[in-house]
Every structure is written in C-alpha cells, then in structure tokens.
Write a protein that binds this ligand. Structure first.
Ligand code: HEC
Ligand code: HEC
Ligand code: HEC
Ligand code: HEC
Ligand code: HEC
Length: 454
C-alpha cells in the first residue's frame, strides 16, 4: 500500500498552495484538454487499495456505472467503432480520440495512453472513474464546469467535504468542492467540437428549482445514511456511493407521475372522445431524459379497449410547434452520419425511432453539420425542439379518438404507458449493442374509461 511518502507530502503542500491562489497560480495543474499526458498512471492509487478499509463504499461504487465508464459494452462499441475512426478522418472532431477518455477513462487520459488498450486487455484505463480520481479533484478551471475541466492533484491526501484528519488512516484534506453540483458538472456537461451543449445535466439542474433549494446531485445520487465508517465508528452520516441513474430501473420507475381523464364520461359510436394526460417530472433534479439525450427516448403509448376486447392504438394530437415531427414516432430513417466512420458515404441510415408510429416521444433531436439526426454527440452542430420534461414541470398531452361506428356498447378502457429506452432500438441492433441497453423500461402507467351508449 502506498499511502505515505515524500510524493504525498509534496503534493499536499502543492494543494494547500493551490487553494490559496486558485486560477492565477503558475503551479496550478492543467485541466481539461491541456491535462492530457500530465499525470502518469502510478500517481493514482487503485480502488483495490481503498477497498481494504472502505468496504461498503467500494462495493457500492463497483455496482455503479461510475466503475464501468470505460468497460461498459456500449461505451467500447461507440468509442472504438464510431468515435476513433471518425476522429481519424475528420479534422474537426480529431480531439475526441483523446477527449472521450477525459470523462470515461480519466486515468488513461491523464497518463496520455491514447487510445487506451481495449477493456479485455485489463489495463488501468478499466478503473474508469475511480476513487482516487474523484477524491483528488481540487476544483475546476474557468466559470462553467464541462469537458473534464476538473483539476486533478493526485497524492497521499484524499479529499472530502468532511475531512476529519484525526480518524483517517491516511492524510485527508477538506475540499468542499466535492459536495457541490459543479464537481459532477465537470463530466456531466459536455460541449461538442461544434460548440453545442450535448450534455447539460448540471446546467439543467442550475436553471431548475432544486439548485435554489440547495438540493444537489449528491442529495439524490449519493444519499446520506447513518452507517459505519472505515474506522469502525457507527452512526456517522455516510454518503452512499450509488450513482444510480438510467441503468437502474428503480430509479427510473415513477420518476414521471401520470394521470389521465376523458373530457366526458359517456360517448357514442361516431363521436369524438378526448383523453387528457398529465405528465409530472416529480423526482429528477434535471430534465428527463438528461445526459446522453442523443441516445435516450421516453415515449407515451395510448390504447383503447372496447367491451368486446378489441384494442385500438391512439396517435397523439399534434400541438403544432416547430420541430414537432421529431417528437412523434414515424416510419423514417436517420443517423446517416454513422456512415462516415464506417467508410460508407452512401449509408442510408436506420429507423429513427423503432416505436409505434404516432406515439409522443419526449426527446431533443441532435443534428449533425448536414442537418441529419445523429446519435454521435461529438458530431452535433445544432438541436431540434427540446421536448423533454423539466424538473417539476408538467406536460399535457391529448389524444382525440373517433369512436368506431361498429363498436360494442359498454365500457371502453384507455391505457397509457410511459416507456423509457436508453438507446433507440434500431441503432442498438445495427451496432450490435447488447439488448439490455435497448430494454424497454416502464416509467408509469395510467388508466381511465368512457361508457359507450348506442
Ligand atoms: C464520482 C466521484 C466519486 C467516486 C468515483 C468516489 N467518490 Fe467517494 N465521495 C464522493 C463525493 C462527492 C463525496 C461526498 C458526498 C457528500 O458529502 O455529499 C464522497 C465521500 C466519500 C467518503 C466520505 C464518507 C463520509 O463518511 O463522509 C469516503 C470515505 C469516500 N467517498 C470513499 C470513496 C471510495 C473508497 C471510493 C471508491 C471505491 C469512492 N469514494 C469513489 C465522490 C466520489
Ligand atoms: C488503511 C485503511 C484505509 C485505506 C486503505 C483507505 N482509507 Fe480512507 N479513510 C480511512 C479511515 C479510517 C477514514 C476515516 C473514517 C471514514 O471517513 O470512513 C478514512 C477517510 C477517508 C475519506 C473521508 C474524508 C472526509 O471527508 O471525511 C476519504 C475521502 C477517503 N478516506 C478516501 C480514501 C481513498 C480514495 C482511498 C484509496 C485510495 C482510501 N481512502 C484508503 C481508512 C482508509
Ligand atoms: C431531486 C433529485 C435529483 C437531483 C437533484 C439530481 N438528480 Fe439525477 N436523477 C434523478 C432521478 C429520479 C433520475 C432517474 C430519471 C432520469 O433518468 O432522469 C436521475 C437520473 C440521472 C442520470 C441518468 C440519466 C440518463 O438518462 O442516463 C444522471 C447521469 C444524473 N441523474 C446525474 C445528475 C447530476 C449530475 C445531478 C446534479 C447536477 C443530478 N443528477 C441531480 C434525481 C435527481
Ligand atoms: C470524472 C468524470 C465524472 C465525474 C466527476 C462524475 N461523473 Fe457521473 N458519470 C461519468 C461517466 C463517464 C458516466 C457514464 C457511465 C457509462 O459509461 O455509462 C457517469 C455516470 C453517472 C451516472 C449513471 C447514469 C446512468 O446512465 O445510469 C450517475 C447517476 C452519475 N454519473 C452521477 C454523478 C454524480 C452525482 C456526480 C457528482 C457527485 C458525478 N456523476 C461525477 C463521469 C463522471
Ligand atoms: C464531459 C465528459 C464526457 C465526455 C467528453 C464524453 N462522455 Fe460519454 N458520457 C459522459 C457521461 C456523464 C455519461 C452518462 C450520461 C447519462 O447517463 O445520461 C456518458 C454516457 C456515454 C454513453 C452512454 C452509456 C450508456 O450506457 O448509456 C456512451 C456510449 C458514451 N458516453 C460514449 C462517449 C464517447 C464515444 C465519447 C467521445 C466521443 C464520450 N462519451 C465523451 C461523459 C462524457
């Protein structure tokens, strides 16, 4: 174990120095792109070393996506099959060959090991966003946290917002920055080479109601519980390292609440029935979907079932805003720019949505420089309408249905299902991404009924 030593003392002095005179200090380590190749791997302790004492925290982290940022199947596919080959043929996006790793494999980025060895080669890139990466971040450069502009100061001292040096078996330093949303924002905001905010979870949070109330990312993703610390002290408030997000069905479930009602309780064949649906983002501190918005969709599927058991699909009523066509499922092609890294300029693309035509999709379309919809967020130059549900926002949808002339008399039951998918199915299929990434997760359901009289 390498917890004490000269390098530690030197870097601790360095950190103290930095905190006295942040941005101006000539000794401030480089952040963001400039940090490439500035810190050899051996500057950072591996999570295995922390595991010896921080038993629970290690197991929590090990279950979270944070420990798989580099090794997760879809990350490997997108980086090696799309991003790297694209960076090699298009000067404008050349920087992503290194840049993706600034957030996904920070150890490899800081060591200048680009591209990092494939996950199967078991290099230290696989440590992903490790304990020692987060617990040696001193602050960030500039005004806005984004594109891994965190300042990494590895050494023997581990940073934490509490830092009770008396009880720790190693040096600790009180760095309140770790308890802020900006800390998370250094990786959860991303600007593309075209200047588009392709990830803005922290910026969405900052504009929303939770920032004003002091409810941070940590409040919801690292909830504090009375627990046991590494020194065996019980009943301490320990931040649980859950980092649960879209890969956790339970986190998604119920995050949007939904109710529905018809305008009238009775109707007749040939008449029109209007059902109204309210969708309330009750749980997330940012928009839903957030983060990898280029990949994610949430969609509303509504059906009617008559007294004889016959089922009808209801398309959503159009609202008429600009760019609405991207928010209503259609039988159309997109993602043609995947042809660039594949060396096929004529690539016709794949199905855009892969969900029932006419369903409402809550999403924001990303467009490449040619105006085609893309899932390659680094190739994004502009956006379509932002039709996601903001924190504590409620969206209303209506579905107008013409009651069939030959319908059976009796009760018609309407069912609404709000679904979520991490990666649109046709893209997952085309790129051979394992099915779990395109798994359909039900966020909520609602039901109502109308009596049909003849
Ligand atoms: C993504 C960044 C991140 C990673 C990765 C991470 N932590 Fe943390 N850790 C934090 C933050 C942020 C806090 C403080 C949260 C708060 O106070 O709200 C924290 C708090 C802690 C604390 C203080 C607990 C207390 O009692 O106050 C310990 C100990 C700790 N982490 C150990 C670890 C270990 C060990 C690992 C790896 C297995 C790890 N962390 C991985 C961000 C991280
Ligand atoms: C030999 C045991 C041991 C090892 C190994 C160890 N720690 Fe700790 N650490 C402790 C003890 C004891 C405390 C104080 C009690 C607590 O907070 O759990 C502590 C406290 C901390 C804190 C809390 C600072 C705060 O805000 O209160 C952080 C952060 C931390 N350790 C990170 C790490 C990281 C990262 C590693 C691996 C690089 C690591 N520790 C390895 C024993 C250890
Ligand atoms: C009020 C609680 C709350 C706060 C505050 C909050 N989140 Fe979330 N977050 C959630 C919930 C609930 C979900 C699951 C629904 C979803 O995916 O949006 C979620 C999902 C996520 C996801 C996964 C999104 C996806 O589609 O992959 C990420 C990443 C995330 N949050 C990061 C953050 C960051 C970073 C912050 C701070 C800037 C933050 N969250 C603040 C509640 C919160
Ligand atoms: C060093 C960069 C970095 C920092 C700092 C960081 N994250 Fe992350 N985080 C990532 C990456 C990269 C992923 C994507 C994992 C993957 O490949 O799917 C991620 C994933 C997540 C997820 C899971 C999303 C999902 O799809 O399930 C949540 C939740 C999350 N982070 C919350 C936080 C919070 C809260 C903080 C601050 C306490 C934070 N992160 C700080 C890089 C970071
Ligand atoms: C500024 C930090 C940052 C950079 C740079 C970055 N990512 Fe990410 N990436 C994240 C975060 C944070 C998430 C998780 C967001 C979420 O869950 O909503 C993520 C999610 C992903 C996902 C989705 C993972 C999943 O399982 O759903 C893939 C794939 C991915 N990134 C690949 C890349 C590639 C390829 C590049 C380079 C072109 C890249 N990323 C650049 C921070 C970054």
């Amino acid at each position: 174990m390498r917890l004490l030593g000269l390098s530690g003392i030197v870097s601790l002095a360095f950190v103290v120095c930095f905190s006295l005179a942040p941005a101006q200090d000539a000794a401030t380590p480089a952040a963001g792109e400039k940090a490439l190749g500035t810190q050899p791997y051996d500057q950072y302790a591996s999570p295995d070393e922390c595991q010896d004492c921080h038993v629970d925290i290690f197991q929590q982290w090990n279950q979270a996506m944070m420990s798989m940022c580099y090794t997760h199947h879809w990350d490997e596919i997108e980086y090696f099959n799309l991003a790297v080959p694209h960076a090699e043929v298009d000067e404008k996006v050349a920087g992503v060959k290194a840049g993706c790793n600034g957030c996904h494999a920070p150890l490899a980025f800081l060591a200048g090991d680009i591209p990092p060895p494939r996950p199967a080669e078991m290099s230290r890139a696989n440590e992903s966003v490790s304990c020692d990466i987060c617990h040696t971040i001193a602050g960030f450069e500039g005004d806005t946290p984004y594109n891994f502009n965190f300042i990494s100061t590895p050494g023997e001292a581990k940073f934490g917002p509490k830092a009770d040096p008396a009880s720790a078996d190693h040096e600790v330093k009180k760095v309140e920055f770790l308890a802020t949303a900006e800390f998370c924002g250094t990786c959860h905001n991303e600007k593309s080479p075209y200047g588009a905010w392709v990830k803005a979870t922290h910026l969405e949070w900052k504009e929303g109601p939770y920032a004003k109330e002091g409810v941070t990312c940590q409040t919801c993703h690292m909830p504090r519980a009375l627990g046991v610390c590494a020194d065996g002290v019980e009943e301490e408030w320990v931040p649980q390292h859950l980092f649960h997000g879209a890969h956790d069905k339970g986190k998604l479930a119920g995050s949007v609440e939904m109710r529905m009602h018809p305008t009238e309780s009775t109707s007749r064949p040939g008449a029109k029935v209007v059902v109204n649906i309210q969708l309330f983002n009750a749980k997330a501190g940012h928009k839903i979907p957030t983060g990898s918005v280029e990949d994610r969709i949430m969609w509303l599927h509504v059906t009617a079932k008559d007294a004889s058991g016959k089922t009808y699909h209801l398309p959503v009523d159009k609202k008429g805003f600009d760019g609405e066509e991207y928010t209503i499922a259609a039988d159309t092609y997109a993602y043609q720019d995947m042809g660039i890294p594949m060396g096929n300029a004529e690539f016709e693309g794949v199905q855009r949505d892969g969900v029932p035509v006419g369903d409402r999709i809550f999403r924001m379309a990303y467009f490449d420089p040619q105006g085609r919809m893309t899932i390659m967020q680094w190739n994004t130059a502009s956006f379509g309408a932002d039709y996601r549900i903001g924190p504590r926002e409620t969206k209303l949808e209506t579905f107008t249905w013409e009651v069939p002339a030959d319908i059976a008399a009796g009760e018609v039951t309407f069912e609404a299902v709000l679904n979520y998918q991490k990666l649109v199915q046709p893209v997952a299929e085309f790129l051979g991404v394992p099915e779990e990434e395109a798994e359909v997760v039900v966020i909520n359901t609602a039901e109502t009924s109308v009596e049909i009289r003849k």
